[in-house]
Write a protein that binds this ligand. Structure first.
Ligand SMILES: [Zn+2]
Length: 405
């Protein structure tokens, strides 16, 4: 096999395409491969699919290809416009190794898609010597193409949550299939339209709103009213992580208010967030030194520790009886933040108790959020929510990219 046939085979070129020449410039660390087709070759008409279209004229195009041994590699070809014998007019053909208007070969794009979930895009761009906005365009393209094939027809239980996208109050909302742990949909913001956007996306992927029977979320009105409108059949379970967050925040508010009279409470925030068995030795000592002070914070802490036992109750009935006792205690604590947290729970009573039937928690969602936030930290943030969402799909949706390997 001569060098040209060897390269033709290595690139996987098919008739009539063949390698015409290679130019290697070691000092430039660059390899150029020129591709062509024999005079008189016939192409498939891009309009009617007839195989008898002849080249009318050509235009030279180049594509960045996978590097060969750290040599930047470029393919160049004269791409024909063809004239079909069935009168389809003069049309540009699509080359088999690249997407229309992409300056990269499909193999190069496949490499980018393989690296992108593992490595910051800016870093990949630097290695390849290209601008990262070009890589992001490729990533967003393939993510959006692959999402077209998502099948949501079997989705019946959905978990939703938000995650911070940039500094300040920028969020994206995420929707998960709670049965197979897959990210179904992500969108900017969290407002009254967010669930509706998801419902539309679900419907455009063979999903049926009527099949959604269970949902899991926090107590925000945006999610609650969205679910009630879009998925009237669905039962809501308020996630226990969010319930605990409400109570933990109340404990911390009691602590901050009490700090004015009890300065020992300064810098003890993290002690009260944990359960006693998870405290470090030093934190245990600090907690011990505070016990004789009859602190309001300590009372609030006991109330918080107790509500955790809700999730240990053997049945919904016993759970409800337990929650009633807890509610009575909390609302008689004379600790305003705790009273207010208890009232929030009362307002969402059924959704809190629905956990006993659905057993849904956003553990899976929280786990995904921390993966996504870790990727964001490695990348030192993303310029746009669009890119952040593309990354979320890349990490969480198990997409199938129709790309060569
Ligand atoms: Zn034709």
């Amino acid at each position: 096999m001569d060098q040209k046939s060897l390269f033709t085979a290595a690139l996987g070129l098919t008739q009539p395409w063949e390698v015409w020449g290679t130019r290697f410039q070691p000092e430039e660390k660059r390899l150029d491969i020129s591709i062509g087709f024999p005079r008189g070759s016939l192409f498939t008409c891009p309009v009617c699919g007839s195989p008898g279209a002849k080249a009318h004229d050509t235009e030279e195009k180049s594509w960045r290809h996978l590097d060969f041994f750290q040599h930047e590699t470029w393919l160049t070809a004269r791409v024909p416009r063809v004239r079909c014998n069935r009168g389809c007019g003069v049309k540009s053909i699509q080359v088999p190794w690249a997407r229309p208007d992409s300056g990269f070969t499909l193999l190069f794009e496949a490499l980018i898609m393989a690296f992108a979930p593992e490595m910051p895009v800016a870093q990949i761009a630097e290695h390849l010597g290209v601008h990262d906005t070009r890589l992001w365009r490729i990533i967003r393209h393939h993510v959006s193409e692959a999402r077209k094939d998502l099948d949501m027809s079997k989705v019946g239980r959905v978990g939703m949550d938000e995650t911070a996208s940039r500094r300040g109050h920028n969020y994206i909302s995420l929707f998960f299939d709670m049965d197979d742990g897959r990210l179904l949909f992500a969108t900017s913001g969290k407002n009254s339209n967010t669930v509706e956007e998801f419902a539309k996306d679900l419907a455009s992927h063979k999903g049926t709103p009527k099949s959604i029977l269970q949902t899991c979320c926090d107590m925000s009105p945006a999610f609650i009213s969205g679910i009630e409108k879009q998925f009237p059949q669905a039962e809501i379970t308020f996630d226990r992580f969010h319930i605990m967050k409400i109570v933990n925040d109340a404990v911390d508010q009691v602590r901050r208010e009490e700090t004015t009279t009890q300065p020992q409470l300064k810098k003890t925030r993290y002690i009260w967030l944990k359960n006693p068995e998870n405290l470090t030795v030093r934190q245990q000592t600090t907690l011990g030194s505070l016990t004789d002070l009859h602190l309001k914070t300590a009372r609030a802490y006991q109330i918080k520790l107790t509500i955790q036992e809700l999730f240990l109750q053997p049945s919904r009935e016993e759970g409800e009886a337990f929650l009633k006792r807890w509610y009575f205690w909390a609302t008689h604590s004379r600790l305003p933040p705790i009273v207010s947290a208890a009232k929030t729970i009362k307002k969402h009573w059924d959704g809190v108790l629905n956990w006993f039937d659905s057993q849904l928690t956003s553990g899976l969602v929280e786990g995904f959020n921390s993966l996504l936030q870790a990727a964001k930290a490695r990348a030192r943030g993303y310029r746009t929510n669009e890119n952040f969402i593309a990354m979320a799909y890349l990490i969480g949706s198990r997409l199938d990219f129709a790309l060569p390997t």
